[in-house]
Design a binder for this molecule. Structure first.
Ligand SMILES: [Ca+2]
Ligand SMILES: [Ca+2]
Ligand SMILES: [Ca+2]
Length: 396
């Protein structure tokens, strides 16, 4: 019988087992595993044969587990030893900052993803929310410890960005030089109505200059040039702006109405950072995938795709709005705030499941081509409190 013992290590779930007579031909054989986590298929046969041994690690505690397969043949009986390892912890690496109200008001916490250990990073009075990392691992976030929401850097009690308006949803550029954020201001739209509007700003650390990316202009679609036109209503959503990896573009969800076009819809807009008055481009995500003007997005490290939180799932789309993978694990919503790891292999997100928001990680290799697979997601938080907006700390 080869091979024996069967060692599944920490990752392997299936191995072949050859059952053959040595000198005399084998006539009949059957296999009986000693543990319920071992399956042999087929478990009996005639003549020399090969069978498939699979193991199921879920439900097993971390550590080494052993079992046996009793093989009964017309030539006598043998025992095949089985061993496997169940890794402690999540099997993932890295650190995630997230906001949680588990200790009362919202604070920023840092999780070591391998063992899910959590330490509090920012614990001021008031809500500390929406963390973002610089490439060097400096944390920024929004807090209402003052009169209203301002943007702070961890370790400083003086706000980085502060006016009498709410500043929120900071997003550090990948080149480290800028911080995009949203500011809520009284605005006038082209129909004459006034109301509080979220506007997109970019703060440059060199010189401390703020630039508003204009929000009353023309929209165009690369996919549908005929739909392009003047905006008559255009409300950016309360979302974290998403940077392109080269720090040249920003993506923000909006509610929009276009002159001459009957429909009103939510859309993801592409802004050119170097040209604040340029016409914005619609990514065309309004194609029945549940996108909303409060959907967080994050650009993949390849710069070609976005993960967007859409009720009831996180969708991966290309930059023309075409779904690449519309069926990442269900149980999401617009607040799920997906974020990619730097290697693009995992997405952390915070779906609302059974009335509780917790942070999970999914393997991005589980794409639409794997519709038959049971999606495996690793649950990182398990707390009745609201755990949200995970962001991976850049490796140092
Ligand atoms: Ca707090
Ligand atoms: Ca403020
Ligand atoms: Ca929770």
């Amino acid at each position: 019988m080869t091979p024996s013992p069967l060692d599944f290590g920490s990752q392997i779930t299936e191995l072949s087992l050859s059952i053959e007579g040595s000198d005399v031909p084998l006539e009949t054989w059957s296999c009986q595993p000693s543990a319920s986590w071992v399956t042999v298929t087929p478990d009996s046969g005639t003549g020399n044969g090969q069978t498939k041994v699979t193991v199921e690690r879920s439900g097993l505690a971390p550590g080494v587990h052993t079992a046996e397969i009793a093989v009964t043949t017309n030539l006598g009986n043998r025992t095949v030893e089985i061993s496997l390892t169940v890794l402690g912890g999540t099997g993932l690496t890295g650190q995630i900052a997230f906001a949680s109200n588990r200790n009362g008001d919202f604070d920023i916490h840092l999780m070591n993803v391998a063992d899910k250990s959590v330490e509090a990073l920012v614990t001021n009075v008031g809500d500390d929310v929406n963390p973002t990392w610089s490439p060097q691992g400096v944390l920024a976030f929004a807090s209402n410890r003052g009169e209203n929401f301002d943007i702070y850097q961890a370790g400083s009690s003086v706000p980085l960005i502060s006016t009498s308006q709410d500043e929120n949803y900071p997003s550090w550029s990948p080149d480290g030089e800028k911080l995009a954020f949203m500011r809520e201001e009284l605005g006038l739209d082209e129909e004459g109505a006034t109301g509080m509007r979220w506007n997109l700003y970019v703060y440059a650390f060199a010189g401390g200059q703020e630039t508003r990316l204009n929000n009353s202009q023309k929209i165009y679609w690369t996919q549908h040039p005929d739909k392009s036109g003047d905006m008559i209503e255009f409300h950016l959503g309360p979302v974290r702006p998403a940077w392109s990896p080269d720090s040249s573009k920003l993506y923000v969800a909006c509610y929009r109405k276009v002159a001459g076009v009957a429909n009103i819809a939510d859309e993801l807009l592409e802004f050119i950072v170097s040209d604040p008055t340029a016409n914005v481009r619609g990514v065309d995500v309004n194609s029945g995938i549940g996108f909303s003007n409060d959907s967080f997005a994050d650009v993949a490290p390849d710069g070609d795709r976005l993960a967007v939180a859409c009720d009831p799932r996180v969708s991966v789309i290309d930059l023309d709005g075409q779904p690449v993978d519309p069926i990442l694990p269900v149980g999401s919503d617009n607040g799920a705030a997906p974020t990619w790891t730097a290697d693009g292999e995992h997405i952390a997100y915070a779906p609302l499941l059974d009335g509780r928001r917790d942070i999970y990680v999914i393997d991005t290799s589980m794409t639409a081509t794997n519709t038959g697979m049971a999606y495996q997601r690793v649950q990182l938080t398990d707390d009745a409190a609201e755990d949200r907006t995970p962001v991976w700390k850049p490796a140092q």
